[in-house]
Design a protein around this ligand. Structure first.
Ligand SMILES: CC(=O)SCCNC(=O)CCNC(=O)[C@H](O)C(C)(C)COP(=O)(O)OP(=O)(O)OC[C@H]1O[C@@H](n2cnc3c(N)ncnc32)[C@H](O)[C@@H]1OP(=O)(O)O
Length: 338
């Protein structure tokens, strides 16, 4: 936490690790914790328990899902809260907290508006974003932030993500992940990110993706998905996202996969072939064969014996035209040297 922002601004890394067992599974730690239901350890709740987020000084938006991980499981008070500060919600109220105040630079949080205001004046990440630049176009910059180096930042980002994603478990062991975060070039406000396992036995190129609510529907999800495939193709692996996908994740991926397949089959390197196999497609796109089949079925472009109907693809393209903007990433702005 920012030392000058006051001890109670947010949970520390140590508190988060202790409370959350340092990650997944059962702890063999000698530290004793009160017994809490397992689902609480992963933040799983069936209903929303925080009504809204105040994000930075001037943005407010509702949460989508509940999460227990911000709270002490017994008192339902924010983990970092002193007992007097939290808005008391009536006992009949579903909300444990009305408004969570979150720093839009570093994702530290509090239940007291004045503390957010005080923190906003000194948050170091408003001057210097964490991590190393991996892509920089005049429009967008993507930075790689290692979980092992920026533990608290990444943990706070994961906590925040849980409020907008209910089908993934929360993991506090961020050391084994790296986070790719997109900013407007010249700005230090994170807009969207994806996490990636350092070692993925399923060869996933993306573990979890989130576009922060104020920045959704601007193409940032597709930009990051394209970037995740760029990384795995440079590693020389056929890859894809960790499953299951959320409903919005599936819509986004189907859009990206449809465009990429259309480009390769209609405009790109496979356009001159009469017959194309699923393996050919997998090699040129870096996509898994299972994702290719799912997409071609979605486009109604695949028949028995996995025959691909190019005519149907052209029809899909006419109605969902990309207006020539096939790709969002521009290779000349990539800075991937390690
Ligand atoms: C492996 C996984 O992590 S799965 C989990 C995915 N993450 C989540 O569900 C977290 C909450 N959701 C999100 O953060 C976002 O909705 C994301 C990341 C899925 C998409 O991010 P965005 O930046 O909004 O996506 P983007 O602007 O690139 O839109 C891509 C396409 O997805 C579809 N889409 C995205 N949001 C919506 C929506 N609210 N309603 C309908 N279609 C949508 C559209 O087809 C859109 O293209 P269009 O705007 O040209 O029509």
């Amino acid at each position: 936490m920012a030392a000058s922002a006051g001890q109670s601004f947010t949970a520390t890394t140590h508190q988060l690790k202790g409370k959350k067992n340092g990650g997944k599974g059962k702890s063999k730690s000698s530290v004793k914790f009160k017994k809490v239901p397992e689902e609480m350890l992963y933040g799983i709740l069936n209903e929303k328990n925080i009504r809204q987020i105040q994000f930075g000084i001037d943005k407010r938006f509702p949460t989508w899902y509940g999460s227990a991980v911000y709270f002490d499981p017994e008192t339902k008070k924010l983990g970092c809260s002193d007992s007097k500060s939290q808005d008391s919600c009536g006992s009949n109220d579903q909300y444990w907290l009305d408004t969570l105040f979150v720093c839009e630079y570093c994702f530290k949080y509090t239940d007291v508006q004045a503390r957010l205001v005080a923190h906003a004046a000194v948050c170091p990440f408003q001057y210097h974003s964490p991590g190393k630049i991996k892509y920089k176009s005049p429009e967008y910059t993507i930075r790689r932030v290692k979980g092992s180096k920026y533990q608290l930042f990444c943990q706070c980002l994961c906590l925040f993500t849980k409020l907008y994603l209910d089908n993934k478990s929360m993991y506090f062991k961020v050391d084994h992940y790296e986070f790719y975060i997109v900013y407007e070039t010249g700005s230090t406000k994170p807009m969207a990110f994806f996490s990636k396992d350092l070692v993925s036995y399923q060869q996933n190129n993306l573990a979890c993706i989130l576009t922060l609510p104020p920045y959704q529907r601007r193409g940032l999800g597709l930009l990051l998905i394209e970037f995740s495939y760029k990384l795995s193709q440079l590693e020389g692996v056929i890859s894809g996202p960790e499953v299951p996908l959320s409903p919005f994740g599936l819509i986004g991926y189907l859009k990206y996969w449809s465009q990429i397949l259309c480009w390769h089959l209609i405009e790109g390197d496979l356009a001159c072939f009469d017959k194309v196999s699923l393996d050919d497609l997998s090699i040129v796109t870096g996509m898994r064969v299972s994702d290719i089949i799912l997409t071609l079925k979605h486009l109604n472009c695949i028949g028995e014996n996995n025959q691909i109907y190019l005519q149907s693809l052209s029809t899909w393209l006419k109605s969902h035209g990309t207006k020539g903007n096939w790709f969002r990433l521009q290779d000349e702005y990539l800075l991937i040297d390690d």
